[in-house]
Design a binder for this molecule. Structure first.
Ligand code: ADP
Length: 354
C-alpha cells in the first residue's frame, strides 16, 4: 500500500510537470500567433521576448506552487496510510483494542472510520470467543464435578456400589453428552453448515407429533396442553425435522418453566402469508430485563433453576438460528415474572401441496 503511494507521489509530480510544459508550449504558440497578427514587425522581437520572459516566470512559479501542494498532500495521505498499516499489524498480532486517529479530510476520514469499525467488530468477535470458552468450561465443570464426586464416594466406600449410584452417574454423563451435542449443533448452525431438507408439509402434523412426544413430561408436571388449530392443513416449506426440533425446544421449555397445574396453549395460524406457531404458557414468565437476552448463547434468566432442570441455555439460540436458516424467525414475549411467556415461530407459507 505504502509502496503504491510512493509510486503515486512520483506520478503526481510527473503529471504536474506535464501540465506545466503543455501549458507553456500552448501559451507560447497562441502568443506567437496573436503577436504576428497584432504587433507591427519592427516591435515583434521586443514584445515576443517580454511575453516569453513573463511566461517563463509564471511557469516556474506554477511548477513550484504545484509541486509544493502535491508533496504536502501526498505526505498527509502517506502519514494516514502508514498509521493504518501500523494499526493493522498490531491487530494481526492480537491487539484488538487498537484504533487509528481519524483525520480531518473527508476521504481519509471515511477510510479511518471504516478501519476503526472493522477493528471494533474484530474486538467484539474476540470478546465473544473468550466468553464462549469461559461458558463452555463452566458448563462442563458442573457434570464433571458430579461424576468425580460419585467416583470418590465409591472409592472411599462412602457411597454404595448400587444401581442407584450408577443411575445418578449415568444422569450426569447424559447431561454432559447433551451439552456436547448442543455445542456441536450450535457451531454448525452458526457457521451455516447445517444441512436442511426442504419439503412442503402441514405444520399441524409436526405440532401433533411433538406434543405426543412430550406427553410424559406434561403428565409428570400435572399440566394441561391445549392445541388450537384449524381443520384445514397449514402448509409451510421448511425442513420438518428441524421444525420439530424447534417446537420440541419451545414446548419443552414451556413444560419445564410452568409449575404444576399450569396450562400450555399451542396455536397454529396463517398470518399475512406467514405460518405462525404460538406456544403460550401460564408459567414463571420472564422479567423485562432478561427478555432481550434469552436468545443469546448460555443465557439463563434463572441459572440455578435452568441448570437444575438440565438446561444448557443454548436451546433457544439453536432454535432461532434454525428458524432463520429456513427463512423464518422466533420472537418472545412475557408480561413479566409470574405472568407466563409466549414464543412465536414464523415460517414461510407454501401454497403448493406436497
Ligand atoms: P435452557 O436449556 O436453559 O432452557 P434455552 O436456550 O432453551 O435454555 O432458554 C434460555 C432461557 O430462557 C432459559 O434458561 C429460561 O431462563 C428462559 N426461558 C425459555 N423459555 C421459557 C419459558 N417458557 N418460560 C420462562 N422462561 C423461559
Amino acid at each position: 500500500m505504502i509502496h503504491f503511494w510512493r509510486q503515486l507521489r512520483w506520478q503526481i509530480i510527473g503529471a504536474q510537470m506535464l501540465v506545466v510544459i503543455v501549458g507553456v508550449v500552448t501559451l507560447n504558440l497562441t502568443a506567437n500567433t496573436l503577436l504576428e497578427q497584432t504587433v507591427p514587425p519592427e516591435q515583434f522581437t521586443t514584445v515576443h521576448t517580454a511575453v516569453i520572459q513573463a511566461l517563463t516566470v509564471a511557469a516556474i512559479a506554477a511548477t513550484i506552487a504545484g509541486l509544493t501542494t502535491s508533496i504536502l498532500l501526498v505526505q498527509v495521505i502517506l502519514r494516514s496510510l502508514r498509521s493504518i498499516a501500523r494499526s493493522s499489524q498490531r491487530i494481526a498480532a492480537g491487539r484488538y483494542d487498537e484504533r487509528v486517529h481519524v483525520p480531518a479530510s473527508d476521504e481519509l476520514r471515511a477510510v479511518a472510520e471504516s478501519f476503526n469499525q472493522m477493528a471494533e467488530a474484530l474486538e467484539q468477535i474476540e470478546q465473544r470467543r473468550v466468553t464462549m470458552i469461559g461458558n463452555v468450561a463452566h458448563e462442563l465443570r458442573t457434570p464433571l464435578a458430579g461424576i468425580e464426586g460419585y467416583l470418590e464416594g465409591l472409592i472411599d466406600g462412602v457411597l454404595p456400589a448400587e444401581a442407584d449410584t450408577f443411575l445418578e452417574m449415568k444422569h450426569e454423563v447424559r447431561r454432559l453428552r447433551r451439552l456436547v451435542d448442543d455445542l456441536q449443533t450450535l457451531s454448525r448452525v452458526e457457521a451455516g453448515q447445517i444441512s436442511l431438507h426442504f419439503t412442503t408439509f402441514d405444520i399441524n402434523e409436526v405440532i401433533r407429533h411433538v406434543v405426543s412426544q412430550l406427553q410424559p413430561q406434561v403428565l409428570d408436571g400435572c399440566l394441561k396442553i391445549i392445541c388450537e388449530r384449524t381443520d384445514q392443513p397449514i402448509l409451510t416449506r421448511a425442513d420438518p425435522d428441524r421444525v420439530a426440533q424447534i417446537l420440541l425446544n419451545l414446548i419443552g421449555n414451556a413444560v419445564r418453566y410452568t409449575p404444576e397445574g399450569g396450562c400450555i396453549t399451542v396455536r397454529s395460524d396463517l398470518v399475512n402469508e406467514w405460518v405462525q406457531v404460538t406456544v403460550e404458557d401460564t408459567g414463571i414468565g420472564i422479567a423485562p430485563e432478561h427478555l432481550p437476552y434469552i436468545f443469546e448463547r448460555f443465557y439463563r434468566a434463572d441459572p440455578s433453576r435452568s441448570r437444575a432442570s438440565g438446561g444448557s441455555g443454548i436451546g433457544l439460540t439453536i432454535a432461532r438460528h434454525l428458524a432463520w436458516a429456513m427463512g423464518g424467525d422466533i420472537t418472545a414475549y412475557s408480561a413479566g415474572l409470574g405472568k407466563g411467556s409466549r414464543f412465536t415461530l414464523t415460517l414461510p407459507h407454501s401454497t403448493t401441496h406436497p
